[in-house]
Design a protein around this ligand. Sequence first.
Ligand SMILES: C[S@@+](CC[C@H](N)C(=O)[O-])C[C@H]1O[C@@H](n2cnc3c(N)ncnc32)[C@H](O)[C@@H]1O
Length: 261
Amino acid sequence: MTAPELDALVESHLNLQVKISYPEHHAFLIRHQLNQCSLVLDVGCGNGTFAGRLAQDHPNIHFVGIDKRKPCVDSCKKLLCENFEAVQVDMFSRDSTFDFSRFDGVLMRYFLLHVDNSQKILDLFKAKSKRPSRFWIIDLDWSQLTCEPQSETFDKLTKLVKDFCSKISVDSMGGQKVLPMLQKLDYQNIVVENVPFSTQTIPIEEMALYLKQEVLCYSRMSGRAVNDPETAEITRFIDEDFRSGKVQISYGMILLSAELN
Ligand SMILES: C[S@@+](CC[C@H](N)C(=O)[O-])C[C@H]1O[C@@H](n2cnc3c(N)ncnc32)[C@H](O)[C@@H]1O
């Protein structure tokens, strides 16, 4: 798979994540005071599909997306949304002059558990954020990935996730650690919702496509070959055993809101 093909796969996956979860994630933001904010930062905004939809639904709020990858920022700029702009910023860069103190809302969707030092990000916001400001953290919780009944091929899928996390130095159990980190840093009014990410709420065809794209992304990003036999076995398992209802696979989704006052 070439780099542009991998970019296209990631783009398709980000769009599917928005299609599947926008209503639920949007409702969570509304329940936790999105409408009281005027300037919202989307950290690790990717191709901007999620923030762009928020901007359309909330014309009175200005959204700024930041991402370390220029192709992501370029994709955001194509959205041509008046109240959404994107800037190339690496959250871990020491020389960044980006002003984090302007925002009264900070969204981290599929970001905080995808970086190798979530504590550093939460420290940075604690030090630099405006008061009061509101934080929303939304992520897949890999620690809740389960299959019923158990299956050897599913164990290979779990191993693939762990290989991918270790390749990018991310803790696959990080979903369990965000709450204690926020508490330790004295973030206030913390609310956590853990919801299943499964066919309980998602149509089976969308969930199957989601799992397959997820597996292909992890496989390529952890350096496996295009014709890796184990990746082929896992995608076949999703197509046959999962689609037919023989096995149920579920992730956890963690939705967390907090404040700094
Ligand atoms: C899984 S994507 C999430 C995209 C988007 N938030 C969404 O909900 O669709 C994670 C994004 O975080 C970006 N990212 C990773 N590390 C970063 C860093 N240190 N600074 C800024 N962006 C980063 C990646 O480039 C990627 O686009």
